[in-house]
Design a protein around this ligand. Sequence first.
Ligand SMILES: Cc1ncc(COP(=O)(O)O)c(C=O)c1O
Length: 385
Amino acid sequence: MPMFNYPFRSKLPEVPTSIFAVMSALANQHNAINLSQGFPNFNSDPKLIALVNKAMVSGHNQYAPMPGIFSLREAIAKKMENLYGVSYNPETEITITAGATQAIFTVLAATIKKNDEVLIFKPAYDCYEPTIELFGGKTIAVQLDPEDFTINWAAVKALITDKTKMIIINTPHNPSGNVLSREDMLQLEALLKDTNILLLSDEVYEHIIFDGEKHQTAALYPALAERAFITASFGKTFHNTGWKTGYCMAPAEMMKEFRKVHQFNVFSVNHPIQVALAEYIKTPENYLELGPFYQKKRDLFLSCMKASRFEFKPSKGTYFQLMSFKNITDESDFDFAVRLTKEKKVASIPISVFNEQHYDTKVLRFCFAKTDESLRKAAEILCTI
Ligand SMILES: Cc1ncc(COP(=O)(O)O)c(C=O)c1O
């Protein structure tokens, strides 16, 4: 085939294929236990699958309303009211999205203009930065403490300028497994109070939080809630990342702008899945049991890893566990992760890829959203290294 000489400059010249795709492909190629990409290797509740089936059979197979079906938005509003005592109007303040990634993309598309500055905390989930760049924004990165992943709020304050348009936070945090405390949220609130700076609060792991910690949603803090787009993911909560459904909440004026982009971005989201979720989410145990469920998996994985040469502090939330290999090898985290996958058949994610200038702290991220058998097998191998 003759080569078409692509005549345009790339809009994202620095963006490689996502590390998740790279490591998962390598895991498949080498038949490794895949603790790299963040998805469960077990199924969603059969009751939820039956509800999707029922919704399809009963004819919910055409476009859903643009903001999502009302009963699902209403169920989300009730959940917010019951869990946090906060009120979101399902008519004007909640929109169902094709996963949190689309919600985040749409928030940034609707708000970021050329030369706007957006503060993010590194290590950071990988979709924020390229999306900011796509809309002409400039990412201002703040490195979290390399040991305990806390935020130095004085350093954040020093980076705020008249160009700062938004701050993005993520709690519970991927990849560190840390959570923001009430004190963090109060510091952020004090910082933003008398400014026009927007907040994007990525809360996809809201229900995966351990050891009695309470999730600090931005919705709980009035001076944050009034400027916050909050993004959430059903994929994380109900073990079906492949269904790509989630939602965004924001005050009505902000949601109006969000929907202007959403309607031309996806227009509307998978209809039968929304019908099923609207029913399933009415039972609070379906999401409230998620924390204890994953805490058991974390504890199993960590008890099996005790005999290894990896060093770790238990994850406080998410289904990720960081492990330091500084006592094992001087290799770069990327090289070590590749070697572990190829030679030992356990895949992980090197966390330098989430860091500013790919800063390598000799740490790998392992996903423990896996069957107990996979976790035991992986730990058994890792203990031989
Ligand atoms: C921090 C964070 N935000 C957003 C997402 C995207 O969620 P979704 O799969 O619903 O698009 C993920 C998925 O891994 C994530 O870890």
